[in-house]
Write a new protein. Structure first.
Lengths: 479, 239
């Protein structure tokens, strides 16, 4: 069964990768059709030129969240009689074969061939694509360098990137468009045959490549935690004693998701979806018409975290599950704590994304609110049903980036059908009375809260019944 | 407190891991569980703690099957390996968590830990360091401390002396001896260190290939008897 699930996931991932590549190639080749709907009077090359800086900053943010550094790959080879600089060079070079470097080319090369090469200056055309490649390389090595430097100060990075994106947003909203003009100027300059920007890009790429390579080599000869280097402080918070073990379980869940890479990635990506990505979705106006798309948007805007993180609950505890079940903790209390976390996450994401709905799509505020209740009542329960059936150990210290499907089976992929399909179909059926449909949806969600206690008992019973198979599954990789 | 193994058997694939027709732990018993690698010691403890489902038989805690009720967990402190820790917590966070499972406030937890200060001086540990960043020995001390400070009726420890430095081993022996003085408390300590285990435990259960070979009260000859048995068993195994 496991092998079949693994094959299914691999086939699905393969399909999604090919599909994404085809989408990018198509977008590159037929960008004019897309740009015509947004800015009909501006040539495609100009639109892309003006957006490149913003695009690369956004891609860098995703890269920082998801891309791994080669450091841990080098470590197992250090004892071999191979010179360290050869290892560093090899793994730095090998790290270039990353989806973050390859996938942008699926868009840029077809776009370049179709729209840029048509221009007059051959040198300019070559310098343009050269600059794109240099920017991808710079982004790659800058990520390795910054991750290496900030590995103990991730909070600082998030602060800096937030300031950067915030500044860009203000620049855009205030109508200054400085980064757009700067981006447009640099790439138009290249197309006209001037090499000034290319030299700048080249110098920057060379600098970050050398600096990241040097930093990697240095970090290998001075391993973390040694030579008096201080380990990061564990920021913590207390819960009142009166909350008892329930409060401690909720606190542990929060600390788990913040102190371990993969759950933290899920958390940050959910916040990313409910803010920046949501802006794009909501700004697209009626491009995505019908009922299904707004319904899915409503489902994920407040329930994104519950859906992503929640379905792997208990797997997150795999490494310390025995610490929980041999202690004086009732399964009922464990389920309650997790339900509190899931439901609270829906409320918090709802509040976080509410201003965006109010500002960009006030007509969808009612839908957003209805889905809050639906997610709190129904989605959380469906997710808990899935979570209590998990029995595969997860390495929470690994990132949650692309291709990390550890612990995700066909069931997890297909769970979206019973979770998302009923509300979408229901709203479709009620499309002539949308307000009534949303009210019923909200009432169903709210009403299901009455069944919290019997549901909690049901989930606790499931955990009790599957206790031994879960322990076996959670410890199988640890032996 | 009374623990009873009744016809407990477990196989992994075709390998028999445990076959215990009968074994009883009475109130106040301090049992050392010894045996070679693969003798079934850890399986024995894991079945006792209801982490492994026995193929047949049952473990009774005060007359109740450990699989059918969970009240035994309120009276048991156990540490088998690192998976008994919550490694993304700091030491104080983890100990507070364990205290809370027994209804203790942070202050009460802190007071309950005081008698164990010689074993793990919390005033000297880095309170902000996560358990996963601790050395094997220090992590083990945290696990043992978490099993002991709640002063349970039943203490279950797997290889508690391994990876500990000599002073910590001495402190632990002293603590276990003091805890064993309570006639209401029982202990099961699995160990390869025959010296330590015969020093601390009043009774030794020797496992071999999943079966109980010997179950004897400790006396001045026990250590020599065990050495002789292991020497002979080693020769037999080698041939």
């Amino acid at each position: 069964m496991k092998a079949r699930q693994g094959r299914f996931v691999r086939v699905l991932v393969g399909f999604l990768l090919v599909y994404a590549a085809l989408v990018l190639v198509t977008l590159g080749l037929f960008f004019d059709r897309f740009s015509m709907t947004l800015l009909p009077d501006v040539p495609p090359v100009e639109i892309v030129n003006q957006s490149l800086v913003a695009a690369f900053i956004t891609l860098f943010f995703l890269r920082f969240l998801l891309q791994k550094t080669p450091r841990m790959k080098v470590v197992p080879y250090l004892h071999l009689p191979i010179q360290q600089h050869r290892l560093v060079t090899f793994f730095q070079t090998a790290s270039l074969l990353s989806v973050h470097n390859i996938y942008p080319l699926f868009f840029f090369i077809p776009f370049w061939m179709r729209f840029v090469v048509a221009g007059d200056s051959i040198e300019g055309n070559l310098m343009w694509i050269g600059a794109i490649i240099l920017l991808i390389l710079s982004s790659h090595f800058a990520n390795l360098l910054i991750r290496g430097i900030l590995r103990r100060q991730v909070g600082l990075f998030y602060l800096l990137i937030t300031i950067l994106i915030g500044t860009a947003y203000i620049d855009e909203v205030a109508g200054v468009g400085l980064q757009q003009r700067m981006s447009g100027f640099m790439f138009s300059d290249l197309l006209s045959g001037s090499a000034t920007s290319l030299v700048l890009f080249l110098a920057w790429a060379f600098f970050v490549m050398v600096a990241s390579t040097f930093h990697l080599a240095r970090s290998l000869s001075d391993p973390e935690g040694e030579h008096g280097e201080k380990l990061p402080d564990a920021h913590s918070f207390q819960v009142p004693d009166e909350w008892g073990i329930l409060g401690h379980l909720v606190r542990s869940e929060l600390l788990l998701m913040w102190r371990n890479r993969r759950p933290r990635h899920y958390l940050l990506l959910s916040i990313f979806f409910s803010t920046f990505y949501l802006v794009l979705m909501l700004s697209s106006g009626d491009v995505f018409g019908g009922v299904a798309f707004p319904a899915l948007l409503g489902l994920f805007a407040s329930g994104g975290f519950a859906l992503n993180y929640g379905q792997l609950m208990f797997c997150w505890d795999a490494a310390n599950y025995q610490a929980l079940i041999t202690r004086n903790i009732a399964f009922h209390t464990m389920v309650r704590a997790k339900l509190i976390v899931l439901r609270t996450s829906c409320l918090l994401l709802f509040l976080l994304s509410l201003p965006l709905f109010i500002a960009l799509r006030p007509d969808l505020v009612a839908l957003h609110t209805a889905f809050l209740f639906y997610n709190v009542g129904i989605t959380s329960a469906l997710i808990m049903e899935l979570a209590t059936r998990n029995k595969q150990r997860l390495d929470v210290t690994q990132g949650g980036g692309f291709f990390n499907f550890e612990g995700i089976s066909a069931r997890h992929m297909l769970w979206i059908i019973p979770t998302a399909l009923p509300p979408v179909l229901f709203l479709q059926a009620m499309h002539e009375s949308p307000d009534l449909g949303l009210t019923i949806l909200a009432l169903i969600g709210l009403g299901s809260l009455i069944f919290t206690e019997p549901l909690t008992r049901y989930f606790a019973r499931g955990l009790r019944i599957r206790k031994h198979t879960m322990v076996e599954g959670f410890t199988v990789h640890a032996r | 407190m009374h623990v009873e193994f009744n016809g407990v058997a477990k196989t992994f694939g075709s390998k028999r891991a445990l076959d215990i027709p009968s074994w009883i732990l009475e109130n106040g018993d301090v049992v050392g569980l010894v045996g070679s690698n693969g003798a079934g010691k850890t399986t024995f403890l894991r079945i006792l703690l209801d982490l492994v489902h026995a193929d047949r038989g049952q473990v009774l805690f005060n007359g109740k099957d450990v699989r059918r009720q969970s009240r035994w967990r309120a009276q048991t402190g156990a540490f088998l390996d690192r998976s008994f820790l919550i490694d993304y917590l700091t030491i104080p966070e983890y100990l507070d968590f364990v205290g809370a499972t027994f209804g203790l406030t942070r202050k009460q937890t802190s007071e309950a830990l005081e008698p164990f200060a010689s074993f793990l001086p919390l005033s000297k540990v880095d309170r902000r360091r996560l358990i996963r960043d601790l050395s094997t020995g220090n992590a083990k001390k945290v696990g043992i401390l978490a099993a002991l400070f709640i002063t349970p009726k039943l203490i279950v420890l797997d290889e508690p002396f391994a990876n500990l430095d000599p002073p910590s081993q001495m402190h632990l022996k002293q603590i276990l001896s003091e805890l064993a003085a309570d006639p209401e408390r029982s202990m099961i300590i699995s160990s390869h260190d025959l010296g330590h285990v015969t020093e601390v435990c009043g009774r030794i259960t020797l496992l071999h290939a999943g079966e109980i070979q010997k179950d004897l009260q400790t006396n001045t000859d026990t250590l020599a008897q065990l050495h002789a048995w292991f020497k002979e068993e080693g020769v037999v195994s080698a041939t």
